[in-house]
Design a protein around this ligand. Structure first.
Ligand code: FES
Length: 184
């Protein structure tokens, strides 16, 4: 049986004729789109979580006793045990850092990850410089960029001394950009 049309007067000059079935169909479509948008928010947040989440598990990692660096005149390579967020999983991983000392005897910590493309930077005691074996970037003993494709100095890491122990907050930085940008 043919349904009666709904007649809407928009203004005195215009009249829109809407079939009742198409009217309810449109209403249902709008409702479904609204529900979809509401449900999409938590799904999107879940999907994008690894992009904005910071893996700050075990943020301060012990590097060693401060006293153990008192006699070192050169950068000291130290291993770190880290807990990192890999997507939605927490994984145990390891990294290395260099403990350096300023002329005033203050300790600093440099990431051993090359800012160019992420290779591990080596300390060349003979040349008294840091050297990246992948593409040949060279850095001074305090991490300043000397030559090679690295776009910036070696990355210094946040550190502090607590109860005579040196602690570091290991961070990853965006590669191959001139300024330090923390990733996680
Ligand atoms: S990764 Fe170090 S110079 Fe390219």
């Amino acid at each position: 049986m043919e349904q009666e049309p709904v007649i809407l007067e928009v203004n005195p000059k215009e009249t829109i004729v809407i079939n009742r079935r198409s009217f309810f169909g449109a209403l249902l479509s709008i409702g479904a789109a609204g529900m979809g948008a509401i449900l999409a928010v938590p799904v999107l947040r879940y999907a994008l979580y690894p992009l904005y989440a910071k893996s700050n598990k075990n943020a301060w990692s012990p590097v060693g006793e401060v006293n153990s660096f008192s006699n070192s005149s050169e950068p000291v390579l130290k291993p770190l045990a880290l807990k990192q967020l890999d997507g939605w999983r927490e994984v145990d991983t390891s990294q290395t850092v260099y403990v350096i000392k300023s002329a005033q005897g203050e300790l600093g910590v440099l990431s051993s990850v090359c800012p160019h493309m992420g290779c591990t930077i080596a300390w060349h005691a003979g040349e008294h410089e840091f050297y990246c074996p992948c593409h040949g970037s060279v850095f001074t003993p305090d991490g300043k960029h000397v030559s090679g494709p690295s776009p910036r100095d070696m990355d210094p890491l946040p550190h502090k001394i607590v109860d005579g122990k040196l602690l570091v907050n290991f961070e990853y930085f965006r590669e191959n950009v001139p300024n330090q940008e923390v990733l996680s």
